[in-house]
Design a protein around this ligand. Structure first.
Ligand SMILES: Nc1nc2c(ncn2[C@@H]2O[C@H](COP(=O)(O)OP(=O)(O)OP(=O)(O)O)[C@@H](O)[C@H]2O)c(=O)[nH]1
Ligand SMILES: [Mg+2]
Length: 470
């Protein structure tokens, strides 16, 4: 009697220990970062990916699915208690409900855990039972990666550089007038600091809307709960020499330093440094539509964003990342459903060219990279229409007013240099073509059981990002 109850509790003890040990040893976690500049398609990408990984009828490009090895995929509580949960259910309801619409803009980091029960592949398949693999998806704004460059710059360097860069921009007029009138050597006074910061963040917002991508510090655009706090109440002003205590210059420099240590560094430490796999989403079609300046700006922003993935670029980050590495990076041009599939290879080429410099370096550092064009949620169908004797490959979709329309966006060049060359050269407009863009609404869906929402190459993206681990 005594013996049996003793052994019972022993066994139970072993079971509990066994559970936690097996979780650590045998339940691998993949941490997938999803980033991109504002409106690049992060929320739609994650929502559709998670829906399509649960209902995998359209995921034949994912090898584990094709081999029938995924027994189940289900949402679980995420491991980080202080990060907001990605609002999957509401975003999915927006996209696939009776009156489909795009989800609202999101402004902060969020996370979701999807767990798989998979049967092992190859030799082990007959020997082992199903195992659990967790996929933690982290959504964060690409603008936050741009802030990495601030870590190397003093307030004085940053001020001079920023004022110089924005000098010719109409959006910056009001702010520049204020900044030039400021007296950095005068005693700090809060209302001056506030009006400068307000004018600067108004400029950043206007610049982003006008198609500029170099809009840092990133948190000025997405302040969240830091709104109005001193770490976001600074701006570049023309300064000279060393600041004396109590001056506006001194206080601005102090807040800039606080922004770096209390906003930028914690993000890299708590989120960025833990990512294994990364997808960088790019609205390349949107930039092409806006014109050469937007394309050149986007190319530069991509290079800056990607420098975060280049170990050695920043001493502080290198130290933080010792022994850790992002293993795979996917560069994906989103919203490819705006183009007939005949043009998709050209979009992919443009995507490759846009990120070439940065990719070469990331490759060098040992990360595998790939470029792809995809649509996380396909909102259009394809058709060929004849126009003035020519056959135009068009797409058809629903407009915001509910009407349906066919649309021909223009022909992307075979050689990406035809776009990137003029963009680098500072051209004001595309010479030989015009690229339209149409705001299609998500289509009304009737999904067969087992099918997720329609997409283009989302399965290929999933295979590259996580296929080797499930
Ligand atoms: N046609 C089409 N449009 C898309 C697709 N994905 C995104 N869009 C469009 O791009 C917009 C932005 O998508 P989001 O997923 O909200 O982008 P985001 O990067 O999360 O944006 P923020 O949260 O504002 O940074 C949507 O409102 C749609 O208009 C797609 O697969 N197809
Ligand atoms: Mg979003």
């Amino acid at each position: 009697m005594v013996i049996s109850s003793l052994s019972d509790s022993l066994v139970r003890g072993f079971e509990t220990v066994g559970d936690s040990v097996s979780e650590a040893l045998f339940e691998p976690v993949i941490r997938l970062g999803v980033t991109g500049l504002a409106r690049s398609g992060k929320t739609v990408f994650i929502t559709s990916l998670v829906a399509n990984l649960q209902d995998r009828g359209r995921m034949t490009g994912l090898v584990a699915q094709r081999e029938g090895r995924i027994n189940a995929a289900y949402l679980q509580p995420q491991p980080d208690d202080t990060v907001p949960r990605f609002d999957y259910e509401n975003h999915l309801a927006a996209l696939t409900g009776p009156r489909p619409h795009w989800p609202d803009s999101t402004r902060a980091v969020s996370e979701l855990r999807l767990s798989f029960k998979v049967r092992p592949a190859g030799l082990l398949s007959g020997l082992q039972g199903p195992r659990t693999v967790h996929l933690d998806i982290v959504d964060y704004p690409g603008e936050w990666l741009l802030d990495l460059a601030l870590l190397d710059k003093s307030y004085e360097e940053w001020s001079a550089e920023t004022l110089n860069r924005i000098a010719g921009r109409a959006e910056a007029d009001a702010f520049l007038t204020l900044a030039k009138a400021a007296e950095p050597r005068a005693d700090h006074d809060e209302s001056t600091a506030q009006s400068l910061a307000k004018a600067f963040s108004d400029y950043l917002n206007a610049a982003r809307d006008a198609g500029y991508y170099d809009c840092t510090p990133g948190r000025f655009l997405l302040p969240g709960d830091l709104s109005g706090s001193p770490v976001l109440t600074f701006a570049p002003v023309p300064v000279e020499g060393k600041p004396h205590r109590r001056s506006l210059h001194h206080e601005m420099a102090r807040r800039y330093a606080a922004y770096k240590s209390q906003v930028v560094k914690p993000f890299f430490r708590d989120h960025f440094s833990r990512i294994d796999r990364q997808v960088v989403l790019v609205d390349a079609l949107g930039a092409i539509h806006k014109g050469p300046q937007a394309v050149e700006d986007m190319r530069r922003a991509m290079a800056d964003i990607l420098s975060a993935f280049r170990p050695g670029r920043n001493a502080w980050l290198s130290q933080l990342l010792v022994g850790k590495r992002v293993e795979r990076i996917l560069f994906a041009a989103t919203k490819a459903d705006h183009l007939h599939h005949l043009q998709h290879p050209r979009l992919t080429n443009i995507m490759e060219a846009l990120t070439r410099d940065a990719r070469d370096r990331a490759n060098f550092a040992g990360a595998q990279t790939a470029a792809l064009s995809l649509a996380a949620l396909r909102a259009t169908t394809e058709e060929i229409r004849s126009h003035q004797g020519a056959d135009l490959p068009c797409v058809r979709g629903t407009l915001p007013d509910g009407k349906h329309a066919a649309f021909y966006p223009g022909e992307l060049p075979e050689d990406p240099a035809r776009l990137l060359g003029p963009a680098r050269g500072g051209a004001g407009a595309w010479l030989d073509a015009d690229y339209g863009f149409m705001a299609f609404e998500p289509a009304q869906l009737t999904l067969r059981p087992g099918d997720g929402p329609p997409h283009i190459r989302l399965d290929r993206a999933a295979q590259f990002l996580i296929g080797d681990r499930i």
